[in-house]
Design a protein around this ligand. Structure first.
Ligand SMILES: [Fe+2]
Ligand SMILES: [Fe+2]
Length: 470
């Protein structure tokens, strides 16, 4: 096939630099990981920026505690990736609670789970099967209450294992791995997954657990009230010495101003320890994209291989269309990350077996917007962010979220749009079984050329069956 002009005629992409696809050796890992941490905040039901703020707090606390300079880089990335496993238990949490697991996770950060309390019961009343009959809810609440410890161990265990593995897969140290793995351990041994106690819990995990609680309560009620929570939990949840050290953070007005400032992400990038600065060269950038594709896909059993499937189809089409190397590389990374905004969608919508309500559909349609919001933060990812977030656009303007038309859709964006539909139809969904390849191509063909690009569709014809490609 002849080489294809990969620039859109009237797209804002034209102005964007394509540095993401052309060996961005200068891209800092701190820039990349801190931006992607916003997606983890979404899954955890936290405001975007929570992990970045925890990182600022944690690094300052490390300073106060005299953590050796050589170890600070390990702590820095553990703080940013502390919630890397949060999508892995989302579907199971929905299965147990039957409601919006993002809301339940957000409230769990505000509730003392370590003992049976009235506060804990109120939490269950708000989060277990909202909208169902009173009997259904009472039975479900009783079941959750009876199985509380076992289910909490399962949910936290999954999350810790997965999060730590993500960090290891990207290439971070064993100290970062174990810090994330023990994030939810409590000083008194009532935490999870291993009920470790006191100094047996890695110091980084103790710092991280304290700082995430500090940040969440400070965002709600200010640092003074938040510090009171730390004091109340000193010796149960938290290392009492760390709570004493955190008093200095409470008094630091400049620090809290910095956390509220719009430039807090630049502040966190600047906090990466001097002498330990990491760069995301091509291979490492690819492994981060692949690791986050897994974070995205594990959120729902119905999308367990979607990002990889879209990538396979997109790369096949881009190869058939003779895209140049840099553009093909950008398309591959955009495909891996295209649904990162989906981490904002609760599983009671993602995994819903029936038809979505208009309100639920509105939530779904926002996910490419979040993809754009997250990826555009990364230096050199301007074009990649635009292409990735255009995956639900159609040539006739009937797509979302920008309702682009053919003039505004570049070839890379058209490739991702076709690849996304191909994999979505090829996979099993809550409301139907997987469709055979010929049927998938027949369905897609009905939208060509009105909504989908004919060249991309033609290039897709030769894609091997997934099993043949493996
Ligand atoms: Fe999507
Ligand atoms: Fe998708």
């Amino acid at each position: 096939m002849a080489p294809v002009d990969t620039e859109a005629t009237g797209s804002p992409e034209r102005a964007a630099q394509n540095r993401a696809g052309s060996s961005p050796t200068y891209l800092r890992m701190s820039d990349l990981i801190s931006a992607l941490s916003y997606a983890l905040d979404l899954t955890e039901g936290q405001p975007m920026g929570h992990s970045v703020k925890c990182c600022v707090l944690g690094m300052q606390l490390a300073d106060i505690c005299g953590i050796p300079a050589n170890d600070r880089g390990d702590l820095y990335y553990a703080l940013l990736l502390k919630d890397a496993g949060c999508s892995s238990n989302a579907a199971r949490m929905y299965e147990i609670l039957g409601g919006d697991e993002r809301r339940a996770k957000s409230e769990a950060k505000l509730t003392d789970w370590s003992s049976v309390t009235f506060e804990g019961l109120e939490y269950l009343l708000r989060n277990v099967m909202p909208g169902r009959s009173r009997l259904d809810r009472l039975l479900a609440i009783a079941s959750v209450a009876i199985n509380r410890d076992q289910q909490a161990a399962e949910l936290v265990g999954t999350r810790c294992d997965r999060g730590a593995q993500i960090a290891r897969k990207i290439g971070f140290s064993e100290k970062t791995y174990s810090a994330i793995h023990s994030l939810d351990e409590h000083w008194d041994g009532k935490g999870f997954p291993a009920a470790r106690t006191g100094p047996d819990i890695p110091i980084f995990s103790r710092i991280m657990n304290l700082c995430q609680t500090f940040e969440v309560f400070a965002a709600l009620n200010g640092p003074h009230d938040a510090y009171q929570v730390l004091q109340d939990r000193a010796g149960t949840w938290f290392d009492p010495e760390l709570v004493r050290a955190a008093k200095e953070l409470k008094r630091d007005v400049t620090l809290w101003e910095k956390l509220e400032d719009r430039s807090v992400r630049q502040a966190v990038i600047d906090l990466e320890p001097v002498g330990l600065i990491l760069y995301a060269e091509d291979a490492r950038l690819d492994s981060v994209c692949e690791a986050f594709a897994d974070v995205i896909d594990v959120k729902s059993p119905y999308t367990h291989a979607h990002s990889r499937g879209v990538t396979r189809a997109a790369v096949h089409i881009a190869t058939q269309l003779n895209f140049d190397g840099a553009t093909k590389q950008m398309v591959q990374r955009a495909a891996l990350l295209h649904d990162i905004g989906k981490l904002s969608v609760p599983n009671n919508i993602l995994d819903k077996p029936g038809k979505l309500t208009a309100q639920e559909w509105d939530v779904v349609q926002l996910h490419p917007y979040y993809t754009q919001q997250i990826l555009e933060k990364i230096a050199g990812f301007e074009q990649l962010a635009y292409v990735a977030s255009s995956h639900h656009e159609k040539l006739d303007g009937s797509g979302y979220f920008r309702k682009l038309n053919g003039e505004q859709m570049s070839m890379p964006a058209r490739v991702i749009a076709v690849a996304d539909i191909y994999d979505a139809l090829s996979a099993k969904r809550p409301y139907r079984d997987a469709l055979p390849r010929e049927e998938v191509l027949r369905i897609i063909g009905k939208d060509v050329p009105r909504a989908l690009d004919p060249q991309c569709f033609e290039a897709l014809q030769s894609i091997p069956e997934p099993s043949a490609a493996a």
